[in-house]
Ligand binder design. Structure first.
Ligand code: G3P
Ligand code: MG
Length: 380
């Protein structure tokens, strides 16, 4: 650790500030930890500073992310205090209306169907269905057989004995009572099976009120805005991470969930004659996510067990489009200032063609250790 990062009067200064750490590209690259990150976190903790891990990663449970973070940084698992500091891209859904979560059926896509379903159930979404469940219920939904076997073991019967029928008249509004109806689509992180997921999402977006296998008679009506698509009771889509790129140990940045979204948008535009995909988003850079992180930080009582106001929060990130943009644009009502610090260990690289990122941070530093040192100097 570069010396001087946290010492001297640090304890006092740290009581009025907080840190939001991005994870990929800041604390590690794939399985490779950033040198000094672990010691830096220890020091921050020793001074009872407030911090959260604000990642656009997801598709797993917060506790699983905590375990993988501990393992990759070589921290012991008894560092339990880190657990409730992890905010994944979809964590704010924990706070969504409980009644709404109990009533409807959600389609959930993510890295691993079974994990995504378990996490969704734990969040309170009682009826969560994955694309794997749908092809298990009716293998004609997806005409290619290569995925069926690999997804088979992760599938479950549809809730409440629902079915996906081949004999339904897609234009009839007399839908059988046992037809599967999806009320909401949640795209969690890094869907693996893009073709299946895009097919099922598309089918729901053209459906009569979310009944899979039907087609709304309003769709394609050119006298309606957006050509009639997505405005006739189809399930709304929430996408919890729009990162096009993220950083692993591979030298070239890798595609993230945002790349899946671009593919979905492209297919949607092509199949609807140019309609624009309507969706809501969560994760960085969106305000909702920053407000959630801010509230979490304010609620960390620390050793004094008193609620303490904040003067400044330092967001340390590697992605200008999400981490830096979000912190720059977030101005909480309580007047706390969010300050963005961009590190060079992640997605962003200075090149001859691009000297400056599109969203400019307060400072660009080598790595997370330098970031903390800069923040402490900034506190004087
Ligand atoms: O899927 C992970 C990625 O999009 C970014 O994660 O920690 O850099 O916000 P993070
Ligand atoms: Mg990152």
């Amino acid at each position: 650790v570069k010396q001087g990062a946290v010492n001297g009067d640090a304890h006092k200064a740290l009581s009025e500030i907080a840190f939001a750490f991005d994870i990929d590209g800041v604390l590690y690259q794939g399985s490779r930890p950033i040198p000094g990150a672990r010691e830096m976190l220890r020091k921050i903790r020793a001074h009872d500073a407030r911090y959260v891990f604000l990642t656009n990663g997801g598709g797993s449970h917060e506790d699983a992310k905590f375990r993988s973070l501990s393992k990759r940084l070589g921290m012991s698992e008894d560092e339990d205090v880190i657990r409730n500091r992890i905010i994944l891209s979809h964590t704010p859904m924990r706070g969504w209306d409980e009644q709404m979560k109990k009533q409807g059926t959600v389609l959930i896509t993510g890295s691993h169907p079974e994990t995504a379903r378990r996490v969704a159930n734990e969040y309170g979404f009682e009826r969560a269905v994955t694309p794997a469940d749908i092809i298990e219920a009716n293998d004609k939904v997806y005409p290619f057989d290569n995925l069926r076997e690999s997804l088979h073991k992760e599938s479950r019967p549809l809730p409440d004995g629902k079915i996906v029928s081949n004999t339904i008249d897609p234009y009839s509004k007399d839908v059988p009572a046992n037809a599967l109806k999806i009320d909401q689509i949640l795209v969690w992180n890094d869907p693996r099976d893009w073709s299946l997921d895009i097919q099922v999402i598309h089918d729901l977006l053209i459906s009569h009120r979310g009944y899979l296998g039907t087609i709304s008679d309003k769709n394609g009506n050119s006298s309606l805005p957006n050509n009639g698509w997505q405005q006739d009771g189809q399930p709304p889509i929430w996408i919890s991470n729009l990162d096009l790129l993220w950083k692993t140990e591979y030298p070239v940045n890798r595609f993230g969930t945002g790349a899946f979204v671009e593919a979905l948008k492209g297919v949607w535009a092509a199949s609807t004659g140019g309609a624009e995909l309507q969706f809501s988003a969560l994760g960085k850079p969106f305000r909702h996510t920053y407000q959630y992180a801010h509230d979490r930080l304010l609620n960390h009582r620390g050793q004094g067990d008193k609620k303490r106001p904040l003067k400044r929060v330092y967001m340390i990130g590697d992605n200008p489009e999400s981490d830096i943009r979000g912190a720059n644009e977030f101005a909480p009502d309580d007047g706390t200032q969010w300050i963005s610090i961009l590190v060079k260990t992640g997605v962003w690289k200075e090149t001859a063609a691009q000297r400056e990122p599109r969203y400019k941070p307060a400072v660009v530093v080598d790595d997370v250790v330098e970031a903390i040192a800069w923040a402490m100097r900034n506190e004087g």
